[in-house]
Ligand binder design. Structure first.
Ligand SMILES: C[S@@+](CC[C@H](N)C(=O)[O-])C[C@H]1O[C@@H](n2cnc3c(N)ncnc32)[C@H](O)[C@@H]1O
Length: 293
C-alpha cells in the first residue's frame, strides 16, 4: 500500500484484474490495433503503459506491434507485485515475436518519470492518473515522456459499469445504482485524503491541451458481455460486486449489505456467480493528444 497515494491494497487486486483482462482481451486487441494504427509510419514504435495493472493492454500492444513488424512495450507501475506478474504475462505473449518487453517500476506522480522511462511514440495511461494527487502535473509529466510527434492516450471516465438486473428478486430494486453512488462517494474521499491533492476543474481534453499537446480528440468504446454470460464473466461480476460493496461499504444501507452478503455467498440460491441474468456493460473513453514533432 505504501507504493501508491490512494490507500488501495493493489496486490490483492491482481487476480481480479487478470480475470477482467482475460474477458476483455478482444476489446483490448481492437483498441491497441487502432492506436498502433496511428503509428503506422513509425518503424519499431516504443509504447509505454503507465499503471499497467494486470498487463492486459500491454499484451494487446505486444500483439499489435508484432503485426506491425516489431517494437517495444514498456510496462510501468508503482506496485512490484503487479508489475512483475504483468511483465511475465506480456513476455509470454511476445515470445518469438520481434517485440521487446521491458518493465520500469516508478511512481507515476514522480517529476523524474520522464528520466526513468524511454522516449515513447505512444504513452498509454488507463485509469491511473485519477490515483495521483496532482492530475494536471502528472499529465504534464506524461507529455514529457513522449518522443517528438509521439501520442498520449489517456483512458479515463466513460460510463459506470452495470452488471445486475434492476430487480434481483431479493432486497430493494436498484442495488446497482446505489452501489455506483456509494462508490462515487468513496472516490471523492479517496482523493480528498491524498497528501498534496489538487483538483482538476476541467475535462480531460482540456488537461491534455494544458500539457501542450495538440490535435486533442477522444473516442469511447463499449465493454459488452451480455447475459446469459459465461462462467468467466460471472466470476468477474463477483469481483465487481466484491470491490464495489467493499469501497462503498459506508454508503450502503443495512438492507443492501444483507442483499450483497447473499449475492456473494456461493451457497446461497441468489449467488451472483451462478445467476444467468447478470452481465457486464460499460464504456471507456480515451483522450488522445500529440506532442509537437
Ligand atoms: C485501476 S488500475 C488500472 C490498471 C490498467 N491500466 C487498466 O486500465 O486496467 C490502476 C493501476 O495503477 C497503478 N498505480 C496506482 N498508483 C500508482 C502510482 N502512483 N504510480 C504508478 N502506478 C500506480 C496500480 O498499481 C494499478 O496497476
Amino acid at each position: 500500500m505504501a507504493h501508491t497515494h490512494d490507500n488501495i491494497d493493489w496486490p490483492t487486486r491482481l487476480a481480479s484484474m487478470r480475470r477482467a483482462d482475460d474477458i476483455d482481451a478482444e476489446t483490448d486487441r481492437q483498441v491497441a490495433g487502432r492506436l498502433v494504427g496511428i503509428l503506422a509510419a513509425t518503424a519499431e514504435p516504443v509504447i509505454v503503459d503507465i499503471g499497467s495493472g494486470g498487463g492486459g493492454m500491454s499484451a494487446a500492444f505486444a500483439g499489435a506491434l508484432a503485426a506491425h513488424g516489431g517494437g517495444r512495450v514498456v510496462l510501468s507501475d508503482a506496485v512490484p507485485e503487479l508489475l512483475d506478474a504483468a511483465t511475465a504475462h506480456v513476455r509470454d505473449v511476445a515470445a518469438g515475436t520481434p517485440v521487446a518487453v521491458d518493465a520500469v517500476r516508478a511512481d507515476a506522480s514522480s517529476d523524474q518519470l520522464a528520466d526513468l522511462l524511454p522516449k515513447a511514440d505512444l504513452v498509454w495511461a488507463s485509469r491511473v492518473v485519477h490515483h495521483l494527487p496532482d492530475q494536471q502535473l502528472a499529465i504534464d509529466e506524461l507529455a514529457r515522456v513522449l518522443a517528438p510527434g509521439g501520442w498520449l492516450a489517456l483512458s479515463e471516465g466513460g460510463l459506470a459499469t452495470r452488471c445486475l438486473p434492476w430487480d434481483l428478486g431479493i432486497g430493494e430494486p436498484g442495488l446497482g445504482s446505489r452501489l455506483t453512488a456509494a462508490r462515487d462517494v468513496w472516490f471523492v474521499g479517496m482523493r480528498a485524503e491524498m497528501p498534496g491533492v489538487k483538483s482538476l476543474p476541467v475535462g480531460w481534453n482540456k488537461a491534455l491541451e494544458a500539457a501542450g499537446l495538440t490535435g486533442v480528440s477522444s473516442f469511447s468504446y463499449v465493454i459488452d458481455h451480455p447475459a446469459p454470460a459465461s462462467a468467466e464473466v460471472r466470476q468477474s461480476v463477483v469481483d465487481w460486486l466484491t470491490w464495489m460493496s467493499g469501497v462503498g461499504e459506508d454508503g450502503l444501507s443495512e438492507s443492501d449489505h444483507a442483499t450483497v452478503a447473499r449475492l456473494l455467498d456461493p451457497a446461497d440460491d441468489a449467488y451472483v456467480g451462478a445467476r444467468d441474468d447478470v452481465f457486464i456493460l460499460g464504456a471507456s473513453t480515451v483522450y488522445l493528444g500529440q506532442k509537437a514533432g
